[in-house]
Design a protein around this ligand. Sequence first.
Ligand SMILES: Nc1ncnc2c1ncn2[C@@H]1O[C@H](COP(=O)(O)OP(=O)(O)OP(=O)(O)O)[C@@H](O)[C@H]1O
Ligand SMILES: [Mg+2]
Length: 245
Amino acid sequence: MSGSGEPVFKGKVRGGPLPVETHGGAKWLLVASGKGGSGKTSTSLNMAVYAVHDGLRVVVVDLDRQATLTRWYQRRPDEAPSVALWAGPMADASKAVIEIDALDTADLVVVDTPPGLDDHPEATRLLVGRADFILVPTTQGTADIDSVVEWMKFLRREKAHASFLMNKVQRSHIRYRNAKLRLNRAGPLCPVDVRLLDDIEATHDHGVGACEIRRSRGAEDFGAVWEYVKQQMLIGSAVAEGAAA
Ligand SMILES: Nc1ncnc2c1ncn2[C@@H]1O[C@H](COP(=O)(O)OP(=O)(O)OP(=O)(O)O)[C@@H](O)[C@H]1O
Ligand SMILES: [Mg+2]
C-alpha cells in the first residue's frame, strides 16, 4: 500500500450528512461490464463507502457467485459506517429489486454484477431498466475496450443513462490515450479515471474504501468518480452546488 504501510480506518472523511431527497425511493447505481477483472467490485465498494460517508443509507447488492463483494463486506471493520448487503445469484435480480424497493430504507443501492452478462439477458435487462445510472468500468486493454464498446451499444439502445469508467490506468502508456479516444467516440466517459494503485487492491483485504485508508492515493481517484456519480444521479449537494453556479 502506498504511504502508510498499514491501512487505518480514518472515520468520517467529509463534513456533514448531505441534504438527501430520495423522492420516495432509492437511487440505483448499476456497475456492469461484461469483462472480468475490470474493476466492477472495486468500483461498487468504493462508491458505497463514499456514499455512507456522505450520510446516505446504502445497500450493496452482490449478484456474483464469486461473492467478492460479500467477502469484502464480511471484513468490514465494526467501527466503519455500515452498509447493508443483499446477496444472491443473477437469476434473483428481480427479487433484489422488489425486496429492496419494498423496504424503502435505502437512499442508494449499488449493484455489483458478475462478468459474462450475456448468460443472463433477462436479469441484465431488468437491472438496466431499474438503474438510475450505470458505470461501465474498463481497463485500457484492447480486448476490454472492444467488449465495453459493444456493451455500450446495447445500453444506448435501451436508452440507459451510462458512462464508461477507465480503471487500472497507466497514464504513461500509449494504450491509455488510444483507449480514451475509442471510449470517447463510443459513449459518455467519466472525465476522471482510476489509476492502477496498490491501495485500491488493499480495500478488498480490509473491508474498507480507499477513503478509509490513511494517505491513500486511490482516495483521490475514487473521490472524484463519486463526485461525478453524484452529479449524474442528482444526489445531494453536488447538484445543489451545480444549480447555484
Ligand atoms: N485501480 C486498481 N488498482 C489496483 N488494483 C485494482 C484496481 N482495480 C481493481 N484492482 C484489482 O484487480 C482485481 C480485479 O478487480 P475487481 O474484483 O474489482 O474486478 P471485477 O470486474 O469485479 O472482477 P470480476 O469480473 O472477477 O468480478 C482485484 O484484485 C482488485 O483488487
Ligand atoms: Mg467482481
